[in-house]
Ligand binder design. Structure first.
Ligand SMILES: Nc1ncnc2c1ncn2[C@@H]1O[C@H](COP(=O)(O)OP(=O)(O)O)[C@@H](O)[C@H]1O
Ligand SMILES: O=P(O)(O)OC[C@H](O)CO
Length: 531
């Protein structure tokens, strides 16, 4: 089957000549993240012309649990679309100039609904949620557990969607009943949003793209189709569960169109998990390029080319993007569960600072971490360690410790874990990385980016326009409808205002610091062993 991108390349309708005669076109991007939803409108140069953002409620019903209200995810997106369109039209544009919309989303977060009513059957279980720890511990003893990664790219842990779905099936009567009736629909946030924004049961559009499907443990990495052996291994009955159809990340038909917002009728033509979208937004189209996104969590994606590479050093393998024949790439991924959320924790739980943007100033009140190391394992430690039973631990506190030392230890935690991931990536790929492209909320801090460059010994490259995740979704959508015809068309997009951070400490000093971090990681293990 030809992807819509390839089909469109053959279509005269989208030729450069006809485009030159019409008004400028724009592409919208829905960015549904862990802490906020956004809608951004981009012009063909990849510049943001209008935007609207809304935070929504985080629910933590028990320690280690984390939920979102699925209806609030949808309504926050709708509000953002409407808000940005108002701003866009105030500038003299017309909403019809927005020719397509892309969706990007927090990955793994699991939504279940009844396909006959279109109603969610439980709160969304967020990717950070660790409630399935016991269930996962048992699964790890099942024969074949260690081989799953070679098929789907992910190791067993509380992180992928499957562990959340299995927990729901074991613990929530409504979910179990819908499963027995055959009406249970499962989806990651992209599927849920697409379904609802298309009007729910009215059109019943139930789809996902490979970058999102590769976070479930149900998809075969080579075929990009559901793998019957994987589904059997989890003892799920495929005839009782409605899984979203896996379609290319850029497609003119499969994702339908917006039915519930002021952009009624505008086609959804792109879909990417947020970390894949950031790689695309950074134009990481070729093997050897890597980006690190410092959002709620932090995720390093290294483009390994058109064939998946399975890690033997604690990394994940994921579909980077699937834009059709010859335009499918895979990535090695290092996932850090806690990054910006540790900064938010200092703001919300301890009142150390009034907002995240003040973290650097507090950290700069002191010269160093004063001997403190903070292992921010709020829901266990992800890559490259995968320690489910660790919890957040601060080592080295003395009567000398000030708030500034804790602030420094907090920001260093993400930089150290990134360093550990880069070491693992070097071992898996055999090639040292020479430059790291960065984005996400935490990269606004110069101190954090300098620390990152110091620890890893490589250049950190920060773009001026940092909404790269949304830009990636817009690119996926725009490629489908001819706003851009090829990757070459994107050559001049998002090049301006770059800042480079170069290492300022010696390799020896960096290694000494890293050894202390590794010691702290080992000491944080097993905290929950006796529960
Ligand atoms: N200047 C800053 N210094 C440190 N952390 C920051 C700064 N600005 C934002 N953050 C952190 O970045 C995170 C938000 O980043 P964002 O990329 O919007 O995340 P997400 O997409 O996961 O919602 C928040 O957790 C916040 O604490
Ligand atoms: O919300 P973010 O940007 O931290 O991203 C969440 C990830 O997609 C989870 O895998």
């Amino acid at each position: 089957m030809l992807s819509s991108f390839s089909k469109r390349l053959k279509s005269k309708r989208f030729s450069r000549k006809s485009k030159a005669m019409i008004r400028p076109t724009f592409v919208g991007a829905i960015d549904q993240g862990t802490t906020s939803s956004r809608f951004l409108i981009f012009n063909q140069r990849g510049e943001v012309v209008a935007t609207h953002q809304l935070e929504f409620a985080q629910h933590y019903p028990h320690p280690g649990w984390h939920e979102h209200d699925p209806e609030e995810l949808v309504s926050s997106v709708e509000t953002c679309v409407d808000g940005a369109v108002v701003e866009f039209e105030k500038q003299g544009h017309n909403r019809e100039q927005i020719v397509a919309v892309g969706i990007t989303n927090q990955r793994e977060t699991t939504v279940v609904w009844d396909k006959t009513t279109g109603k969610a059957l439980h709160n969304a279980i967020v990717w950070t949620d660790a409630r399935s720890q016991e269930l996962v511990r048992k699964l790890k003893h099942r024969i074949g557990a260690s081989e799953l990664i070679s098929r789907c790219g992910l190791p067993l842990s509380t992180y992928p969607s499957v562990s959340k779905l299995l927990w729901l099936l074991e613990n929530v009567t409504e979910v179990k009943e819908a499963y027995e009736r055959g009406t249970l629909a499962f989806g990651t946030v992209d599927s849920w949003l697409t379904y609802k924004l298309n009007g729910g049961t009215a059109r019943n559009i139930h789809v996902t793209d490979p970058s999102n499907a590769s976070r479930t443990m149900f998809m075969n990495l080579e075929s990009l189709k559901y793998d019957a052996d994987l589904i059997d291994w989890f003892r799920l009955d495929r005839s009782k569960i409605n899984l979203p159809n896996i379609v290319p990340s850029s497609d003119t038909e499969a994702y339908g169109s917006l039915a519930t917002t002021s952009l009624k009728g505008t086609k959804i033509t792109g879909c990417l998990g947020d970390q894949s979208a950031a790689l695309v937004g950074q134009k990481g189209f070729t093997a050897g390029l890597a980006k690190n996104t410092y959002g709620t969590g932090c995720f390093l994606l290294y483009n390994v080319g058109p064939k998946p590479v399975i890690s033997t050093h604690g990394l994940l393998t994921t579909v980077a993007f699937d834009f059709g024949e010859g335009k499918r790439m895979y990535a090695l991924e290092g996932s850090i569960a806690v990054a910006g959320s540790s900064v938010k924790f200092l703001v919300d739980n301890f009142g150390f600072i009034e907002s995240s943007s003040k973290l650097s100033a507090l950290a700069e009140e002191v010269e160093d971490n004063g001997g403190c190391t903070f292992v921010t394992a709020f829901s266990g430690l992800f890559a490259p360690y995968w320690i489910d039973d660790a919890r957040g631990t601060i080592f080295g506190i003395t009567a000398y410790t000030q708030r500034g030392h804790i602030a420094r230890a907090t920001l260093e935690a993400t930089c150290f874990q990134t360093q550990a991931i880069l070491r693992a990536m070097e071992k898996d790929s055999g090639k040292p990385l020479t430059e790291l492209l960065v984005d996400g909320g935490m990269c606004n801090s110069d101190l954090i980016m300098q620390t990152q460059s110091d620890f890893t010994g490589i250049k950190v490259n920060r773009p001026g326009m940092r909404e790269t995740t949304a830009l990636g979704a817009a690119i996926a959508a725009g490629l489908a409808v001819g706003v851009w015809n090829s990757f070459e068309d994107l050559e001049n997009v998002n090049n301006e205002g770059r800042t480079f951070f170069k290492p300022q400490i010696s390799e020896q000093e960096a290694s000494k610091k890293f050894a202390r971090w590794e010691k702290a990681v080992q000491m944080s293990k097993g905290w929950l062993n006796d529960e």
